[in-house]
Design a protein around this ligand. Structure first.
Ligand SMILES: Cc1cc2nc3c(=O)[nH]c(=O)nc-3n(C[C@H](O)[C@H](O)[C@H](O)COP(=O)(O)O)c2cc1C
Length: 428
């Protein structure tokens, strides 16, 4: 085995749960949109489908140490997208069975499986929820052709309800056989809206100081601990290294929160960045001006600075990793304990296995013009293909790219198409 493969193939133990991931690879959360959805009958929403189970069965064959599911919503009427999986006590209780099937498929070949729990807050399309809820009443500007309603600030009892719902969802996943949960506190969703000064202008104990803005996150962690009551259950948090907005959530604040997460017994912090508003969570924008090697792993610099402050909690870095050499360097130099991969695993679900076997040293490229929204749409379509048992479209093939772009233009609402073209021209 090459030195690169050897470094990446090392198992890793989480400090608080004692659970062991078989290698340093993690499939990061990617919204699958393969659960049931009905506009009118909310009882018909959010249930895992055969397609979702097939998707995780496929990833389980890929020898990936940790599989994080796409965002599972804690309220059936506050969704990131139609087709999100949902765990909500208002929905029929046989949902546990369905999540057990998902856990079994994902864990069949020794991966750890962690369910990502989320609430979109103000970041929910007006078509799904015209009356969003958030920390404050600051509206999300239209982005990527999606329009958002003006949010109502959550009352104290409504905040308590959200804490209880996160804990309930974690309990369901625990019963269903998941190894842990990840709280989505990045990319501008509800927990990130509380963390950011820009979107949280509350005057009560949930706003103002960083301690207050992070109160909701830490209350949820405490509630999960009490409700699940199993020290072997992993708690993870996905955190922005910063949100790249003025007066939002800074790198120093992110470091402070990471240190407190360690004190709270969080096993795994995944570092990412940006907000949907900026579409930077998967954007190369800042990196496009930097040399090719530095483009990989957008948030690695921050992880390197964070490292000396975190003693036990494991740190995963996600965003942009494409070559085994750079992944191994990040692990070897202890900037990251774990390498998070998103889009490379929709193009090549077995990539990790092939990297460890030394059959590949690099993720597949693509022939898309600049513009990350298109790449996200492409990854989403590959997810649907895998779920449906179809061949995965190879976007390293120019013809397939042209065909995909033409299809997008035809199917997309005009606003979205406009947003994509202006996004592209900015990037160029
Ligand atoms: C189709 C798609 C859906 C995503 N959904 C989620 C999600 O549900 N939760 C989340 O935390 N990140 C989500 N992400 C972001 C990824 O986890 C990851 O941070 C991002 O793709 C950058 O990593 P990459 O360069 O390896 O793709 C999504 C990304 C894609 C492409």
């Amino acid at each position: 085995m090459s030195r690169t493969a050897h470094i990446l193939a090392q198992p890793i133990m989480f400090p608080f749960s004692g659970k062991i991931a078989k290698n340093r690879f993690m499939k990061s959360a990617m919204s699958e949109r393969l659960a049931t959805f009905s506009t009118y009958d909310s009882d018909e929403r959010g249930q895992p489908t055969e397609e979702l189970i097939r998707l995780y069965d496929t990833w389980s064959r890929g020898d990936i140490g940790i599989l994080i599911t796409g965002n599972i919503q804690i309220k059936h009427d506050h969704l990131e997208a139609t087709g999100n999986a949902i765990i909500d006590w208002d929905l029929p209780s046989d949902y546990v069975d369905e999540f057990s099937k998902l856990a079994r498929a994902a864990k069949a070949r020794g991966s750890l499986v962690i369910g990502q729990l989320s609430h979109p807050g103000r970041q929910v399309s007006i078509n799904i929820q015209p009356y969003p809820e958030s920390a404050s009443d600051i509206e999300q500007p239209p982005a990527g052709g999606v329009v958002f309603g003006r949010p109502s600030p959550l009352t104290r009892p409504a905040i308590q309800d959200i804490v209880d719902r996160f804990a309930f969802s974690a309990c369901v996943l625990h019963q269903a056989g998941f190894d842990g949960v990840q709280l989505h506190a990045a990319h501008g969703f509800l927990l990130a809206q509380f963390l950011s000064r820009r979107t949280n202008q509350r005057k009560d104990e949930f706003g103002g100081t960083l301690a207050n803005r992070s109160r909701l996150l830490f209350q949820i962690i405490a509630a999960i601990r009490t409700t699940v009551n199993d020290p072997k259950f992993i708690i993870s948090v996905k955190l922005n290294s910063q949100d790249f907005t003025q007066d939002g959530f800074s790198a120093n604040e992110s470091r402070e929160i990471a240190m407190r997460l360690e004190q709270a017994g969080v096993d795994l912090i995944e570092l990412s960045g940006g907000t949907y508003e900026l579409a930077i969570s998967s954007s190369h924008s800042a990196q496009e001006r930097t040399p090719a090697v530095a483009r990989e792993a957008y948030f690695l610099d921050f992880a390197e600075q964070l490292r000396p402050h975190i003693k036990r909690t494991k740190v995963a870095v996600t965003g942009g990793f494409r070559s085994a050499a750079i992944m191994a360097k990040a692990v070897d130099e202890r900037a990251a304990d774990i390498i998070g991969l998103g889009r490379p695993l929709t193009a090549e679900p077995l990539l990790v296995k092939e990297l460890i076997a030394g059959e590949k040293t690099q993720a597949k490229g693509d022939k898309f013009p600049e513009g990350q929204l298109i790449r996200m749409a492409a990854a989403a379509s590959q997810i649907a293909e895998i779920g449906n048992g179809m061949d995965i479209t190879d976007f390293d093939n120019g013809f397939n790219v042209s065909r995909f772009l033409a299809k997008l233009q035809k199917e997309m609402p005009a606003t979205m198409s406009e947003a994509l073209s202006s996004h592209n021209s900015i990037r160029r």
